[in-house]
Ligand binder design. Structure first.
Ligand code: MGD
Ligand code: MGD
Ligand code: MO
Length: 764
């Protein structure tokens, strides 16, 4: 299997390499922000738009899910938030004339970068069966087409409804309601590829799949461990919080195979002294081997158990379950094995232990570096064990902090976007709306791809996102998608998923976060609507766009779901879709009655800054698990074992991308410019593999199914990563991630631990 590099950007294969940076943000970040924003939006729109990001009366940044501080700066956004906004508020347009000029086969040959650069979608468009290009279609006809295909299915379970985590609470609630009234729980979402492992591990151990800290806890912590996360690029506003924590006396340990600039030093663009000198953030950098985290935490747990007075005995006795079994497993942890698994030295681990023992309040933050491995769930459980031992859950300044990705991915899950809904949630839906929701579990992302591949699913509908680029095993996924009868994408911008279609395909253009959402009220008057979102720390607040929509032909996501539901479900539906479309407050009234924590939703979200959802472990040290206590767990330690001459590849983000949206071809902090097909390899490993810096290689992934997956033409960059490890960007490398290589329990693609060999490229 091989994938050809796409055409469309001839410069893409000419990466240039300089020394990596040792600090993030500062003046270059500001300059870069303004350049990208002004290219897309012009000077005036840039100023008007960026000032509204994350203000109490403004819109929620479509970038990441990091919470907003209570005292906001006039510019409460970061370089990468500004890029996300510019990408949406761009003045460029993709019109019906564009589609007339570009057959789908032409678009399918373009890079994701090129597709995204074309601008905002202006009209609903339709690719008829046998047609070679998208043509304009009315909204009515579009809904008719979807209804035809859904009605023709032999079961609603032959339809799949994907969600990407930018969708608002209101749209998400309506969307899952539609799918369930139709009769399916096939609601895969980006979370399946993202923090599902965190959700799985946390629900089982502490009884709720969400983080237990608030922003102010970070300011009170003695020790913050940042493991498997690159906040300088992906959560830049987190650096301000870490800076403040540090100023208050916190120690920071970062655990990462890569020395990430943002964690080394942060030049806060919002303070004059920060701009110049910046603050050093990391006190101890543990350059761990990919996948070594479970072993590290296991050994730390053993060492804590061996230290007099280090265990919070009272907490363990009162609030936990399973201690003895866990302690027996932890006592068996072995130094030599841990040093092999982690690649760390004994001194480094002992230094970390001293910092842990000196801390009375510890927080562990993590992201994709912990969630996308085969053994991610036991790894995160081991982090929970570590915190439980010291009583570090459910008190100020301490706790678990999975840092979410998409700006509303946590809210979407709260609203019921989940293929395995809790029975209590379905009961509440049934009671409120009077239909019987399906009880069997639906497909997650990986299972949806298999179902499409095997012809068991025939209609694929996506509420946002870029399913084929974000999913693993690109060729398998694309072939699966092409087998569908109908593929539908609700989208703001063109992306690769629109070019890999079923027999028939629709692209439905929608409003973005930055845009004013006007709906026709009950008396024909036009009323402005707002939506709500939940951040990574369970804060719910309103988001109001102010810009005029990119085109008069756009519908909001809630309006699209309501019209679709009316058309498909007809008069038999028990849900007042028409009313919901006209007035989102009526949707919130229902959410308030169905979902715990949303009581009095409309009134509470009207307050500036919104409200915080309850979290039993954080608020009351109550653990709603099966045992009624916080659960220690005792899984065997796992770590990836590499065959001779192979490297363990992680697929990660550059500084100039938002997931599959490519903003530009640079990765400034890592010293890469003008290209994305690079692979970072330790100089010693490269030497022993006989691969020169600057040479070109194919990445070939090896998996037990015997299939060779190949991504050709990557420039080798000698880089100080951990030994035996390599790194290259997603989504170019998704072709290498086998569909069946997933995390145990959570089924998340193991996209951070792909065994590869490097072959000299044919053309080199
Ligand atoms: N600008 C921007 N912001 C974003 C995104 C974006 O693409 N661009 N994406 C959003 C989304 S959806 C998400 S989920 C988040 C992602 O945020 P991150 O998780 O920070 O994203 P990645 O680039 O995947 O980085 C993974 C980090 O984990 C490290 N790592 C890899 N393997 C291991 C391991 O085995 N152990 C340890 N300890 N570390 C490891 C990598 O070196 C890297 O620093 O960001 C969100 N915010
Ligand atoms: N190899 C590898 N694969 C990965 C990852 C990895 O680290 N490595 N990370 C995984 C992770 S963490 C995630 S979250 C997924 C991301 O998977 P997705 O969420 O599916 O992908 P995105 O690239 O975020 O989706 C971008 C598209 O969303 C659309 N869009 C943007 N704004 C809006 C909006 O307001 N409304 C609508 N309807 N559409 C909008 C645009 O068309 C844009 O092209 O990828 C996963 N895949
Ligand atoms: Mo994510």
């Amino acid at each position: 299997m091989a994938s050809k590099p796409p055409k469309g950007d001839p410069v893409q294969d000419a990466p240039q390499v300089a020394e990596p940076k040792h600090a993030a943000a500062g003046l270059p970040a500001l300059k870069h922000t303004l350049r990208i924003a002004q290219q897309q939006m012009g000077v005036r729109r840039t100023a008007l738009t960026l000032l509204r990001v994350n203000q109490k009366d403004g819109f929620d940044c479509p970038g990441c899910a990091w919470p907003e501080p209570d005292h906001r700066h006039t510019a409460e956004f970061c370089e990468n938030g500004a890029k996300a906004v510019a990408e949406e508020a761009t003045l460029r347009r993709v019109t019906p004339e564009f589609f007339a000029a570009h057959p789908v086969t032409d678009l399918a040959g373009r890079s994701g970068y090129w597709l995204g650069q074309q601008g905002r979608l202006t009209h609903p468009v339709y690719l008829p069966e046998g047609g070679d290009r998208y043509e304009p279609v009315s909204w009515e006809r579009a809904f008719d087409i979807i209804a035809e295909e859904i009605t023709a299915l032999s079961s609603p379970d032959e339809a799949v409804f994907y969600t990407s985590g930018r969708t608002s609470n209101e749209a998400a609630f309506l969307y899952q309601l539609f799918a369930r009234e139709l009769g399916t729980n096939n609601l895969p979402d980006c979370s399946n590829m993202c923090h599902e492992s965190s959700g799985s591990a946390l629900s089982e151990t502490i009884g709720i799949g969400k983080g237990s800290v608030l922003l102010e806890d970070l300011y009170k912590a003695d020790l913050i461990i940042v493991a498997g996360q690159n906040p300088g690029t992906n959560h830049p506003r987190m650096l301000s919080a870490l800076e403040k924590a540090k100023a208050n006396g916190a120690t920071i340990i970062s655990v990462n195979p890569l020395p990430e600039a943002g964690l080394e030093r942060f030049k806060n663009p919002q303070t004059p002294q920060g701009m110049l000198k910046g603050a050093a953030l990391t006190d101890l950098f543990l350059q761990i081997r990919i996948g070594g985290d479970q072993a590290l935490f296991r050994l730390l747990n053993k060492l804590i158990l061996q230290t007099d007075g280090a265990v919070d005995e009272e907490f363990v006795r009162e609030h936990t379950h399973g201690f003895e079994e866990f302690a027996a497993a932890a006592r068996a942890a072995d130094w030599d094995e841990t040093l092999t698994a982690t690649g760390l030295t004994r001194e480094e681990i002992e230094q970390a232990l001293r910092m842990v023992l000196a801390s009375r309040r510890t927080i562990v933050c993590w992201a994709m570096g912990l969630t996308q491995h085969k053994h991610s769930v036991p790894t995160i459980r081991e982090v929970v064990n570590f915190l439980l031992l010291r009583g570090d859950i459910g008190r100020p300044g301490a706790g678990v902090c999975p840092v979410r990705g998409h700006s509303n991915v946590q809210g979407d899950r709260t609203m019921g976007i989940f293929e395995r809904p809790a029975p209590a949630f379905l009961d509440a839906l049934e009671k409120e709306f009077g239909f019987a929701p399906p009880r069997e579990h639906g497909y997650d992302v990986v299972r949806a791809i298999r179902a499409l591949r095997d012809g068991e699913a025939k209609v694929f509908f996506a509420m946002g996102g870029n399913f084929v680029s974000a999913s693993p095993d690109t060729e398998v996924t694309e072939a699966a998608m092409r087998r569908a009868r109908l593929t539908v994408h609700v989208s703001t911008k063109l992306n690769r998923s629109h070019t890999v279609t079923g027999a028939r395909a629709l692209i439905l253009p929608t409003l973005g976060r930055t845009e004013r959402d006007l709906q026709v009220g009950p008396n024909g008057e036009s009323t402005e609507q707002f939506v709500t979102v939940e951040d990574s720390m369970g804060m719910v607040h309103a988001s109001r766009g102010r810009l005029a929509p990119a085109s008069p032909h756009l519908l909001s996501e809630p309006a699209i779901v309501c019209r679709l539901a009316r058309r498909v479900l007809g008069t038999g539906s028990k849900v007042p879709w028409e009313q919901f479309e006209k007035d989102y407050a009526t949707v919130r009234d229902r959410i308030a009655r169905v979902i715990p924590g949303f009581e009095d939703f409309n009134a509470r979200v009207a307050r500036p800054g919104g409200f915080t959802l309850p979290h039993a472990p954080r608020d009351e040290r109550r653990f709603p698990t099966a045992t009624g206590k916080a659960n220690f767990t005792a899984a065997p330690v796992e770590y990836p074992k590499l065959p001779e001459g192979r490297l363990l590849l992680q697929t990660l983000r550059s500084h100039d991308q938002y997931n599959t949206t490519i903003y530009g071809l640079d990765d400034r902090y890592r010293g890469i410019r003008n290209g994305r097909r690079v692979v970072l390899v330790h100089p010693e490993d490269a030497r022993s593999l006989n691969i020169a810096d600057g040479s070109y290689v194919d990445l070939v992934s090896e998996w037990k199914d015997g299939v060779e997956r190949r991504a050709p033409g990557f420039r080798v960059v000698h880089y100080p990563t951990a030994r035996g490890c390599a790194a290259a960007y997603y989504p170019e490398t998704n072709v290498l991630v086998p569909l069946d290589a997933t995390a145990d329990t959570s089924n998340t693609p193991a996209s951070k631990s792909v065994v590869v060999r490097l072959e000299q490229s044919a053309a080199d």
